[in-house]
Design a protein around this ligand. Structure first.
Ligand SMILES: Nc1ncnc2c1ncn2[C@@H]1O[C@H](COP(=O)(O)OP(=O)(O)OP(=O)(O)O)[C@@H](O)[C@H]1O
Ligand SMILES: [Mg+2]
Length: 260
């Protein structure tokens, strides 16, 4: 069976302008993504995670390599992908329901079925009854769930998420992990998820791609064979800790020089 996605030797150098050398963000990044797989891009700040996600989304053009999703080369923005960015960009003057439906309006597909689906999604994330509220009336975690519904409204084949839970407190973050995994199990959506949290990457994913510092290269590809559904207790298991250790080692956290 052909892979769902193939990222082959992708590189990106940003022009710095003037006579300065280009900034090489990522170099020779290759991986394959299976249909329905949850893949985390884990790496330190500035290693090019957002760059790669934006390239996969077709929002930024790469300087080298190829990306194929479902057998088609990605050369521009894709309608059948969904996004959640760290800055949620919810429209403050619109209701929660109208925010979720916004992509359907852009696509010219807002109809009764779309409204029903939006309500279904809001119910799935525990926001039933809040469709008429404004985003500002919701907590950060609730706003995050609205953004997730908005990303899923058009049944994307691939969900791209860029550090979506970075601003949330630990408990809300863990709740969002379980919510996301439930939704992913229900919708069978393939997910590419950027994070710099080791435990978040392992808890969520089938596959964790660990990046080096810039220029970002994949230094380790970790298959997480912990069974789904995952429950919070698994975070304290021996297997989980070992995977965390492996990812941390690949990130280089044990190389920090200790004084004395
Ligand atoms: N539009 C741009 N123009 C020039 N350089 C850029 C641009 N976007 C990103 N860069 C540079 O590319 C490198 C990688 O940036 P990127 O945002 O992809 O990293 P990141 O891994 O997402 O970091 P973080 O974890 O802090 O979000 C950085 O050195 C950054 O300064
Ligand atoms: Mg980033």
């Amino acid at each position: 069976m052909a892979a769902f996605g193939v990222i082959d030797k992708v590189g990106m150098a940003y022009e710095s302008g003037g006579r300065k050398a280009p900034v090489v963000a990522i170099e020779e990044v290759s991986c394959t993504i299976a249909d329905g797989e949850f893949v985390a891009l884990l790496g330190p700040s500035g290693c090019g995670k957002t760059t790669l996600l934006r390239i996969v989304a077709g929002l930024v053009s790469k300087t080298s390599g190829t990306i194929q999703i479902r057998g088609k080369e990605v050369t521009g923005p894709q309608r059948d992908f969904g996004f959640v960015f760290q800055s949620l960009n919810l429209l403050p003057w619109r209701s929660v329901l109208d925010n979720v439906l916004f992509p359907m309006e852009i696509l010219g597909l807002r109809n009764a079925a779309a409204v029903a689906r939006a309500q279904e999604l809001l119910e799935m994330v525990g926001l039933a009854g809040l469709g008429r509220s404004r985003p500002s009336q919701l907590s950060g975690g609730m706003q995050q769930r609205v953004a997730l519904c908005r990303a899923l409204i058009h049944k994307p084949v691939l969900l791209l998420m860029d550090e979506p839970f970075g601003a949330l407190d630990e408990l809300t973050r863990m709740e969002m992990h379980d919510l996301l995994l439930n939704i992913r199990a229900a919708t069978k959506t393939t997910v590419l998820f950027v994070t710099h949290s080791v435990s978040e990457a392992i808890y969520l994913s089938d596959q964790v791609l660990v990046f080096s510092r810039r220029p970002g290269r994949i230094v380790e590809n970790i298959k997480v064979d912990l069974p789904y559904p995952r429950r919070a207790q698994i975070r304290y298991s021996e297997a989980f800790t070992q995977l965390e250790r492996r990812a941390s080692e690949a990130l280089g956290v044990f190389k920090c020089a200790m004084p004395g």
